[in-house]
Design a protein around this ligand. Structure first.
Ligand SMILES: Cc1ncc(COP(=O)(O)O)c(C=O)c1O
Length: 363
């Protein structure tokens, strides 16, 4: 039987860190979850109260408001989309529906790729892919694929930020037609040029590729739980046969429907991220207390280098009202790794100030 992995801790739980580190809880700026700092698009918050009138009704069984978003925003036909209660629902449903018992996963990666296979009674082949070029990553994939039915890959990958070009994934899928390529694009809209990397385009659908997309992070709607799996209509028909009805609730459907029109929000979010990514990149490069990977989306993975114990950092920052993601529980990231979101201008300034104070303290 697969081990119980429900104990895995994700970000967004400052209370647990306050308790573990023996500190009295206080309000924090939460950099441990990677949510758009602009908050939900104004189109959504303005319409929110009106949706209450309809709350007695069932949503559509297949989340049609969500499929409408993909049709309007990406030109993807409803037959190519399965809507879900966050992309998490689909991350678990797809391996079940496709009967996947083995998958290759580059580490470190989002924990639930691995868990989706284990709870299906399967096994995961992990390979380290922290550093190295895209070519090296591909060589490892090619080496491991004969031992797995599928490849799980985050694009960009959480927590490393590794980005793979769309063409490279399409070539791999063509070269290995009997393998499944499960590509998680939860953070794709934060990257500088999503069109270079994203498979969310009608011309990029393939029978052996399933793309996972989230509306919770980029549109700051994590509490509403909206996401989708996208693929070739033939593949999606097989997946949809395993799908429970009504998993997208009515306000979530309404919100999704409105998101395709939020084009100004989309552009200003991407612009804000590009600017803040630049400022943060310079800061972490010069910081004497950490060594960081170059970010590509809205988060940075870094290694605490000032003392042997990451808790010194986590405690020092919680005392300053800042919560970071302890990244030591990512497979492949044993000691001293942490991750933090790139948020808005003022929040990032506050983060840099706190890092600076701590640097002065530990010297
Ligand atoms: C890489 C990645 N994929 C998918 C998800 C799940 O997102 P959601 O279920 O909110 O769409 C997360 C959440 O943290 C994530 O980090």
């Amino acid at each position: 039987m697969a081990a119980d992995h429900t104990a895995h801790r994700h970000g967004g739980d400052p209370a647990a860190d306050f308790q573990r580190l023996g500190l009295a809880p206080r309000p924090v700026l939460d950099f441990s979850v990677n949510i758009n700092p602009l908050g939900p698009p104004p189109e959504i918050t303005a319409a929110w109260n009106g949706w209450c009138d309809d709350i007695h009704r069932y949503p559509t069984p297949d989340g049609r408001g969500v499929t409408r978003y993909y049709e309007e925003r990406f030109g993807l036909a409803p037959a190519s989309v399965a809507a879900g209660n966050g992309s998490t629902e689909l991350i678990y449903l797809v391996p079940r529906a496709l009967g996947l018992k083995t998958a290759a996963v580059a580490t470190p990666a989002f924990h639930d790729y691995r868990r989706s296979i284990l709870v299906n009674g399967g096994k995961v082949v992990e390979f380290p892919a922290m550093a190295g070029t895209e070519e090296e990553w591909e060589r490892k994939v090619v080496e491991l694929l004969p031992r797995a039915q599928a490849l799980w890959v985050g694009n960009p990958n959480n927590p490393t930020g590794r980005l793979i070009e769309a063409e490279r994934l399409l070539n791999l899928a063509e070269r290995f037609p009997e393998k499944w390529f499960l590509v998680d694009e939860a953070f794709i809209q934060f990257v500088a040029q999503p069109e270079n990397n994203s498979l969310l385009h009608p011309s990029r659908l393939r029978k052996n590729i399933v793309v996972f997309h989230s509306l919770t992070k980029f549109y700051a709607l994590a509490g509403l739980r909206i996401g989708a799996a996208i693929g070739h209509p033939h593949t999606m028909a097989a997946i949809r046969r395993h799908k429970e009805p009504w998993s997208v609730n009515l306000p979530a459907e309404r919100a999704a429907e409105g998101l395709a029109a939020a084009t100004d929000y989309e552009l200003s979010s991407r612009q804000l991220m590009a600017e803040e990514r630049k400022v943060m990149t310079v800061f972490v490069r010069e910081s004497p207390i950490m060594a960081a990977l170059a970010p590509t989306a809205n988060f940075i993975l870094a290694r605490w280098t000032a003392t042997p114990d990451l808790d010194d950092l986590l405690r020092g920052m919680l005392r300053r009202g800042i919560h970071l993601r302890d990244a030591r529980n990512f497979s492949g990231l044993a000691d001293n790794w942490f991750r933090f979101a790139i948020l808005g201008v003022g929040e990032n300034e506050r983060l840099r100030r706190a890092f600076g104070e701590l640097a002065g303290e530990v010297r």
